[in-house]
Write a protein that binds this ligand. Structure first.
Ligand code: FEO
Ligand code: CA
Ligand code: CA
Length: 665
């Protein structure tokens, strides 16, 4: 493929960039210390280098590491990953390590049922989209059938939609004058109800049976478990908030029945084989105006609702906060789906709190309780864990199906002495009392963020995936970036004040007890280009110019307990590289060494990473490919994966396998 030339304008932002900026303003006004403050206090006497993280510095500053050739650096590597590293870069297609195949398994619009219609991008309908693979695949999980590593259910979240890339003739490139400067911009057309309905049908999730045939994965279109879940699927609120006054609406006076799930970013698969879909930026789907003196106004502002990113509220009253002000209290939860019953009603598990859930990865603790880790993905928000009250029963699946309704939610406070205190969000304890406006556990959970503020949790740099490693008792916290941390929030010696590239925290649970209330923490990696001293990145010196990354987002632990990290936001123009998946050494002398395994086509973000149980397949989700520069349906930055003039660019899940078989190594 030809090298992609990059956007024409340095200051160009795609609609996705702009939406993300609006969504993520950092709404935590409490004075709790930020993670950067804590790292600074803990490590300021060590060899952290000062300076700003300006991306512009990348091309102008060179250190000895940058002069080391990739071959030299590789020769120094003696890690646990033996694949040959991919060259970082940017072009129209994906790249995987030599000796591996990355086959497209499911694309937006692919059939999921025997009676699915053909994908017809120029004549889309909501009815067709209900039976086709949804848009913007994010979380991917694999649930084996009959214990097989080669046959199972693939569960996939469809986080959001890019109307400008989905609908022919809908978006146009127009000349506009902004701040006295003339520039070109992508402008969306007028929504119709049918377009909104297609968007709602392209959200949610997919459950689809897949099978390996002659070494290649394929969907089983007559699989009896195949199912689409969308923004209109009937769901149930369960746990402490179910039926509460604050979740009753004009359409649902019971406060139990909810339609749909939105912005399902990452998620999880439980030990009992259910699929968790985490609701992240739910506020963007709500529009209208909530009166400033409405009792919900302050807490809605804390989550940014109404965000007004979609037109849904102009066609559906429940998304209009002026008309149904409590509907937004019914979003922001973790949804549990039983994929073994295609007619099961998904349950919003309110005991896990309401915030912008990135994901919900879990581990069965040695005492049988199950521990879920959740990041709240906004600048200056928090890391949580939830410990079930009951214990997992490996011999009785049905007995586990409501484990998520009872337990304790904790929020993390990271101290400079290297400990993490997990503070319970329990009504009546500490400040979580009627005096502070919490009359019940339901109030604590609906306003999880405010409860955590009062407990003085540590403000983090956008917590994304939080992944426990059952083999080691360690937990990895992806902190993607936080450029909104102002210089006056840290002192000059804190190099990560303007944290453009993010970092990874490693939590060590005490004695391998994931339910422990006190843990230890350390920084595994400070991300960014290690050849630029000002960035202050901490990759090992064995990491090549291809091996460093920024903006860690999702991650996976493979069957051998090794860490793989996927990224979101590596700006191809500024860094000359796309997002991808990197293998990261966490143990021994090689700790902090990272290698590039797979990279996405231009404009895409890397999501999903998930292994099958034997580790011979790595499922990866390529989200919003082509979304760079002045990207519309007619002018995507790439036409991956079909490269056909009559087919739009399509988000897709790829299955990576080793040529000739064997583990991803
Ligand atoms: Fe949907 Fe936190 O990324
Ligand atoms: Ca994410
Ligand atoms: Ca994960």
């Amino acid at each position: 493929m030809n090298d992609y030339p990059g956007p024409e304008k340095d200051d160009f932002k795609t609609l996705t960039d702009l939406r993300e900026e609006r969504e993520d303003v950092g709404r935590n006004c409490s004075t709790n210390p930020t993670m950067g403050d804590i790292i600074h206090m803990r490590f300021s006497r060590r060899a952290f280098m000062g300076g700003s993280l300006a991306v512009a510095a990348i091309s102008t500053t060179v250190s000895p590491l940058a002069l080391l050739t990739a071959d030299d650096a590789r020769a120094e590597m003696s890690g646990t990953f033996d694949f040959t590293e991919v060259e970082a870069g940017v072009d129209e297609t994906h790249h995987v390590a030599e000796g591996y195949d990355a086959d497209v398994l499911l694309r937006w619009g692919d059939k999921l049922f025997a009676d699915s219609p053909e994908f017809d991008p120029k004549n889309q309908t909501a009815a067709a989209q209900q039976k086709l693979f949804g848009y913007n695949n994010d979380y991917v999980g694999f649930i084996p059938l009959d214990g097989s590593p080669d046959h199972g259910l693939l569960v996939v979240n469809h986080e959001y939609t890019n109307a400008e890339l989905m609908f022919p003739g809908f978006a146009t490139i127009q000349k506009v004058t902004e701040d006295g400067k003339e520039k070109e911009k992508v402008v969306l057309g007028d929504y119709t109800k049918e377009l909104v309905d297609i968007e709602m049908a392209a959200h949610g999730g997919t459950i689809v049976e897949i099978r390996k045939v002659d070494g290649k994965w394929q969907p089983v279109l007559d699989g009896k478990f195949n199912r689409r879940i969308t923004a209109t699927t009937e769901m149930q609120l369960s746990g402490p908030v179910a039926g509460h006054e604050r979740v009753k609406t004009p359409s649902d006076p019971t406060g139990v029945k909810v339609l749909g799930t939105v912005n399902n970013c990452a998620g999880g698969v439980t030990a009992w084989g259910t699929y968790l879909m985490a609701e992240e930026n739910f506020h963007g789907y709500f529009g209208g105006e909530l009166a400033a003196d409405h009792p919900e106004a302050a807490q809605m502002e804390r989550v940014g609702a109404p965000g007004g990113d979609y037109a849904w509220w102009t066609f559906y009253d429940r998304f209009d906060m002026g008309k149904e002000p409590t509907e937004a209290n019914r979003f922001g939860w973790v949804v549990e789906v039983d994929p073994m019953d295609p007619n099961s009603v998904p349950k919003k598990r309110t005991a896990l709190g309401r915030f912008k859930h990135e994901g919900a990865e879990s581990v069965v603790n040695k005492d049988g309780r199950v521990v879920f880790y959740c990041g709240d993905d906004e600048r200056f928000d928090y890391v949580y864990k939830f410990v079930t009250k009951g214990t997992y029963n490996p011999d009785d699946r049905a007995a586990n199906l409501d484990l998520l309704d009872e337990g304790t939610l904790y929020v993390a406070k990271f101290s400079e002495n290297g400990t993490v205190a997990w503070m319970p969000l329990v009504h009546g304890e500490g400040p979580l009392t009627a005096g502070n406006g919490f009359n019940s556990q339901a109030d604590v959970l609906i306003e999880t963020r405010r409860a955590a503020d009062l407990l003085e949790a540590t403000k983090m740099d956008r917590p994304e995936d939080v992944q426990p490693n059952p083999a080691t008792g360690k937990v990895y916290v992806m902190l993607t970036n936080n450029t909104k941390r102002k210089a006056d929030q840290v002192d000059a010696a804190n190099p990560r004040g303007d944290n453009a590239f993010g970092h990874i925290i490693e939590i060590t649970e005490t004695d391998g007890d994931f339910a422990a209330l006190t843990s230890r923490w350390d920084v595994l990696l400070k991300c960014g280009d290690p050849s630029v001293a000002e960035v202050g990145a901490s990759f090992s010196t064995a990491t090549t110019k291809n091996g460093w990354f920024g903006m860690p987002d999702n991650c996976a632990i493979d069957a051998d307990g090794r860490l793989w990290v996927s990224t979101d936001g590596n700006n191809a123009k500024a860094t000359g590289r796309t997002d991808g998946v990197w293998a990261v050494e966490t143990e021994g002398e090689g700790r902090g060494t990272s290698k590039l395994f797979f990279r996405v086509p231009v404009g895409a973000e890397m999501c999903g990473p998930a292994f099958n149980p034997t580790g011979d397949t790595f499922f990866l989700a390529v989200q919003h490919p082509g979304d760079a520069g002045l990207a519309t349906y007619e002018t995507p930055a790439t036409r991956w994966p079909d490269f056909r003039d009559d087919m739009p660019v399509r988000p897709a899940v790829v299955a990576v396998t080793r040529q000739g078989g064997g583990k991803i190594a």
